[in-house]
Design a protein around this ligand. Sequence first.
Ligand SMILES: C[S@@+](CC[C@H](N)C(=O)[O-])C[C@H]1O[C@@H](n2cnc3c(N)ncnc32)[C@H](O)[C@@H]1O
Length: 259
Amino acid sequence: MPHETHTGRVQLVGAGPGAADLLTVRALRAVEGAQALLYDALVGEEILALAPVACLKMQTGKRAGRTSMKQETINRLMLRLARKGLRVVRLKGGDPSIFGRVGEEAAFLDAHGVETEIVPGVTAACAAAAQFGFPLTHRGEARRVVFATATTRDGALTESGWAAAGDPQTTLALYMGRDQLAAAADRLISHGRASTTPALAIENAGRPDARAVSGTLEDLAASLASQAFDGPVVLLIGEVVARSSAFTLQAPPLAAEAM
Ligand SMILES: C[S@@+](CC[C@H](N)C(=O)[O-])C[C@H]1O[C@@H](n2cnc3c(N)ncnc32)[C@H](O)[C@@H]1O
């Protein structure tokens, strides 16, 4: 598509997992300089408060099944604001390049002659691992990390790609996987993961109110179902997860029963 007249600039910025002190300095500068801020549902008040008072702030996504702005509407809005000459910041939870649709937005703006800059952010899996004290890779235990989503656009289980996480030396970070955990665990076990593989569900990773439920690939779904988690949840699966404080600080079930 031929470029239209070049106008404006949009920064596509990762806000990190929610705590303001996990913003990058570049992201902070972008927010502080924004004249128009289009933000996703996972971006919290603490970060929005960093934008100038006069900044036009618009929420584009709503959680818990409520309606979100259509992607086409968001794209058109960014374009219109950039063409007005405003400094536009599109703020997304975590890292914009991980399940953040940044590729679609950048391509749309580029096709309309609007310059974009992507500012990375701390993704949920990295925030969770740091907060609960374990590495995503570890010599001799985990030689690769797979960032994956468990669900397709209509909410069903993703059918392809499970073999990529079947290797015992892979740490799997599963996004948008809470409701599909039991089915995802079955797929992983059928692709060679031991049912005893350590697994962790972390809600609100990177925030002061983060909570974790630990278990194994086989039993984590049942443990998670008994928790009233309503914040975003990332699942981490792999041998390194046993190094987490969520495992080491918790009394083993047998010892607890013996008391
Ligand atoms: C559309 S994806 C966006 C991911 C985001 N771009 C990132 O890099 O973290 C939304 C999913 O990310 C995960 N997620 C995002 N923020 C989270 C947080 N603070 N704690 C736990 N999981 C989170 C959850 O699985 C949630 O359903």
